[in-house]
Design a protein. Sequence first.
Lengths: 359, 507
Amino acid sequence: MDELRSLSQRALVSPVTFSLLFAFALAAAIVAITGGDPLAAGEEMFTGAVTGSGLRNTLGRAIPIIGMALAVSIAFRSGIINLGGEGQMVIGGLAGTIVAIYLPGPGFLIVPTAMVAGAVVGALWAMLPAYGQTKLRLPILITSLLLNYVARAITGYLVRFPLSDVSVTLATTRQVPETARMPKMPIFGGVSLSLILVILLVVLLWLVYTRTVVGYETQMAGFNMRSARYGGIDVEQRTVQVMVVGGAIGGLIGTHLIIGEALRFIDGELVLSGFAWTGLLVALLAVNRPIPIFVTGLFFSGLQIGGLAMQRNAGVSWRLSQVLQAVVIVAVACRLAIRRSDRPTAEAGETEAAGLGEV
Amino acid sequence: MTLELELRGITKRYPGVLANDAVDLAVRPAQIHAIVGENGAGKTTLMSLLYGLFPPDEGEIFIRGEPVRFSSALDAIAAGLGMVHQSFKLFPTLSVADNVVFRHEPTRRGLIDRAASAARVRDLADRYGLAVDPEAAVEDLAVGVLQRVEILKALYRDAQVLILDEPTAVLTPQERDQLFEVIRRLRDAGRTILFITHKLGEVMAISDRVTVLRNGRAVAHLVTAETNPAEITLHMTGRAVDLDRRAPEHDPDQLVLEVSNLTVRGGHGRPVVEDASFGVRSGEIVGIAGVAGNGQSELIEALCGLRETDAGSVTLSGRDISDADVAERRAAGLAYIPEDRYGVGTTRQASVSENLLMGHQRQPRIQQKGWFDREAVVGLTRRLVEVFGIKVGSVSGPVSNLSGGNLQKVVVAREMEHGTALLIAEQPTRGLDIGAIEFVHSQLIAYRDQGGAVLMVSAELSEILALSTRILVMFEGRIVASLDPRRVAEPEIGLYMTGAHTEAAVA
Ligand SMILES: Nc1ncnc2c1ncn2[C@@H]1O[C@H](COP(=O)(O)OP(=O)(O)OP(=O)(O)O)[C@@H](O)[C@H]1O
Ligand SMILES: [Mg+2]
């Protein structure tokens, strides 16, 4: 009972609640000012996101958002800025697609094999910046980002030439054969089986973070590298491990997006989808915790799907949902910053930034 | 006579802790006023309240008779207060002058006038005898100099009252004497100094008055000239404490740590440890004495696997660990209390129990196949908190809530718990109150008596003399002497420490 009360109290003062209220109020004001009906727009958005095919679309879109958020959060938690989610998703996705298209055999073997191939290639791709940092002292922040462009170029070349489907004018692979597609589940009007995979990943990561030595060590390394090293944690090895796991999840999601959704690997399409970057924002907002990532990912997905419904049915541009998304992010960031600066140790701005650390 | 500063009935509560309990404090102008008390007695909290870092729950503050209510440190600075924290707060990449004039930069035609700021800082430094180069980058400076920069910062903002929180804890004896010179000069120039320390010798040497805090309450206000260390101790702890105990004789046994011809180079390629050879046997405490910065820290880091070595070998319990990483060395039987408890010894963002777990996380009784045994983790935490008397509101709260001394206890407790063949203790009692020092000393002795080998580095010669079975002296990266504490006096060690005496190193 007490626990419940303190939980609801925390929710009330939480920066997230505040930001959401603020963002929705602002969006309503915009709609009203431009001559729309905010209540109607809100209703369309809500029903569009959670009823009928809207719910299926919300869940479907949440799969890559949550997945990519999990992928980068793993590195972020241990203090490694992995900006290469996109490249890992793209290159792993193509690898999975190749297996799905060219490997003969029954679907129940091809689909898992394609997913594994995507994961392995995504992981290998993520190992490049990881070893670059541990062996050559090249910062992951930069190499992982730059490798996104390399991944785009490589996949672009492959689908234009060796793997190109010459029967269409697009730069694309052939279509994934019927048998090699990710099955849909007979619930919510047909959601991809990958949803189960994402849920399993959330639970698994939560268990790892709260119950295992590896979870403890990555977290402590993320907080304070020097102290972790002192405590006997092999920081280099941890760096490679978290990059590999993150890259593997990126590759899984990339593969899912092709064999479960697009069915063709069209050059540039995975990049344009922006899932890697939406996922990164979700990870930041949820402070890299798996369960909040799941909730935030669903919410963002719902905003996007609901926004489309709102445009259809209430005549308000779907871009409003992008505005909402942006305002939520900025508001949460501001609130977090304010909370940090009114900690008692902070002395009028002179401190935290100053940190010669504690000598 | 009006008081410079008066606190009346100051109370501050934290969840589960009454940090300050109706504290009264009266400080006269142009005096050095010492504040003493055990770890967690509430000294830092009281000073932070005074300095406007957070408001008291109850009570009033008067400055020169006027009631004041600060909403931030900026108000306190404007009212003429200056504070030098237990941990410094400077911009490492900027110059000394830039740091000092920060937010009050002299300008010329709207631009910062760097020449003027350097000149002003030099002026101020000369006036109070604070030797610093205004142009030096802060990141290159030694701890003692950093502190002078902090003091300059306060003086530049024209602080009439200067609050120093354990300023001597990180200083060498020489630096401490210089600091005392500066403090006396400031007092003679009419400024008031509030001075927190755990060392009663310092209280007697420099203060005019003393206030003793105990469990958050001001239990005594004394005039230094009319009291003595025994009386102050009694007020602090409620019992008498005897620190001046020499370690009883004990026969050292087999060799646990053997270091041969170890050389370590610094960033600039110059050796910072040169050809060091020595051993530590089970059942002995070897103390390394030396002026800070003569290679002690580098030697210890190299032994623990945190720094690359250039030549030489290290053997632990018969195993060559020269190329082992930290985890392997720890597994081979080494525990380490590092001198930097904030940056290395603990992780500020983590909880007390997560910090107590560090280094134990892979032990079979704590985890099975990588999964924590949660009861074992809780048990470990609870035991360490209890045995070492760590004052903590909640073990799942952030470790940054702990007082400086209690943080040190976290590190000491955690490392001693390993019960390894070798314990390396670097400045093990820095920042601890005398009761806690006595406790840590007795723990080190017990460790030794149970057959442990202890290698201790300390800036406190008295600590080295009181505990060591053997004393090594380091000077400019070399071990210049191996001495028997029973046959050597402090002044002689001092001669070795400054390089005035040399002797072939003895293993
Ligand atoms: N932010 C906080 N939250 C909760 N408890 C706190 C916080 N800050 C301090 N405390 C508690 O208040 C008490 C007094 O702490 P304080 O830092 O004032 O001690 P101190 O006298 O300076 O000790 P030391 O000599 O060890 O530095 C301690 O028990 C400490 O754990
Ligand atoms: Mg303190």
